[in-house]
Write a protein that binds this ligand. Structure first.
Ligand SMILES: [Fe+2]
Length: 272
């Protein structure tokens, strides 16, 4: 996901390691993610990236599980409230490791999200993007959907009659370390997801290409309604008992209570 508040941060000038996991990730990403005019990476190249991510530990990116804050939190909070002096719980912390660009083409972004217990990144999409997510420590509930194709939409009866679109559940589980890297793709693997921290946890994300609004890759948030909420004559046939695998998604604005702050990356430097 992208938040315009957070800008590119290149990890230069700190203690440098000639060999480290972040460098290995950067080097591999740099080799396989090319400008959009060239062929996409092979499945072998993507698998290798997952394999490298599988081995990453919190200390490899400058995190210490023991020192993470945990307020035993109470929900999620608003990025627009960052400047309020009085906070009653910890925010989600965003750490930008690296975002590469090649004149006009943004290719890859590496970042970390640190969650206090019960904090939530609401349901959102990754249009045209491939995202690798490696949980570094803790337990995270992941609920993810893919759009049903061809698109199936109905007009809701709510205020303004917004359109709702049918999506199919792809993931609905708690992931606890140690666990393998998960990958979502533009059309499958759970391109729309919601994260809820079961315990304090952290996720290392690699996005390619990153969000970029002027290229049509805008982060959109959604609310999901049970399948039974709306009906359509023209939609796909859903078998009895499978209704729970489907949901209607309606676009919403950026949740006002999504509370996130940025922090500087303190892990090993990347040699660009
Ligand atoms: Fe995401």
């Amino acid at each position: 996901m992208v938040f315009s508040l957070f800008r590119r941060y290149l990890s230069m000038g700190r203690h440098s390691h000639t060999s480290n996991k972040v460098q290995a990730l950067y080097d591999h990403c740099n080799a396989i993610f090319s400008p959009s005019s060239t062929p996409p990476p092979s499945s072998q190249a993507l698998h290798k990236l997952s394999s490298i991510l599988d081995t990453v530990q919190p200390s490899d990116v400058g995190l210490s599980e023991e020192t993470t804050d945990d307020d035993r939190g109470h929900g999620f909070f608003g990025i627009n409230q960052l400047n309020r002096a009085a906070r009653w719980a910890q925010p989600i912390t965003y750490i930008d490791i690296h975002e590469s660009d090649s004149f006009t083409c943004y290719l890859v972004q590496m970042c970390i999200f640190c969650f206090p217990t019960s904090s939530v990144i609401p349901l959102h999409d990754h249009p045209g993007m491939t995202v690798f997510s490696k949980i570094l420590y803790g337990s995270l509930h992941v609920k993810a959907y893919d759009w049903v194709e061809p698109p199936c939409t109905v007009e809701s009866k709510g205020p303004g009659h917004p359109q709702v679109r049918l999506a199919k559940l792809a993931v609905d589980k708690v992931m606890t370390t140690p666990c393998e890297t998960s990958v979502l793709y533009p059309k499958h693997g759970g391109n729309l997801h919601c994260f809820t921290a079961v315990t304090p946890c952290a996720v290392l994300d690699i996005l390619s290409p990153p969000y970029r609004e002027d290229e049509g890759r805008k982060c959109t948030y959604y609310h999901d309604y049970p399948y039974s909420t709306f009906s359509t004559q023209n939609g796909p046939k859903i078998c009895d008992g499978e209704e729970e695998e489907y949901a209607w998604l309606v676009e919403i604005g950026t949740p006002a209570d999504l509370y996130m702050r940025s922090r500087e990356y303190t892990g090993p430097a990347i040699q660009l």
